[in-house]
Design a protein around this ligand. Structure first.
Ligand SMILES: [Fe+2]
Length: 114
């Protein structure tokens, strides 16, 4: 079995509450781009101690194919919403991948062209 086989995507049941949506707001003038990753934008995901989004991770693929870890956001239940914003320099990247972990429903992925 390969790691990719346990990742759930937009085809899986429960996608509305789990697939991490990625939004990029570019700023070529300042060289600093804003990236938001939001889990449960369409249908809010539960946020209790028993069932919550534990972490969200961003990885980027550069133009030359190199994979770069850009950040992991470790979230506590109840008060931390599964919606993170970070500031990145994306000019060398061609694609961003978001991964999120629900403590009940596992690992979910999504990606976006930069
Ligand atoms: Fe879940």
């Amino acid at each position: 079995m390969r790691f990719g086989e346990i990742l759930k995507t937009q085809e899986a049941e429960g996608k509305e509450k789990h697939v991490p949506l990625i939004e990029i707001k570019k700023c070529p003038e300042c060289g600093e781009d804003t990236v938001m990753v939001w889990v449960g934008k369409e249908v809010p995901h539960p946020n209790t101690v028993e069932h919550h989004i534990k972490w969200i991770q961003l990885n980027g693929v550069k133009q030359n194919g190199q994979v770069i870890h850009l950040g992991t956001f470790d979230l506590g239940p109840v008060y931390a919403l599964p919606k993170v914003v970070t500031h990145l320099k994306l000019n060398e990247f061609k694609r961003l991948f978001a991964l999120e972990y629900c403590n009940i429903h596992g690992l979910w992925e999504n990606s976006i062209e930069v």
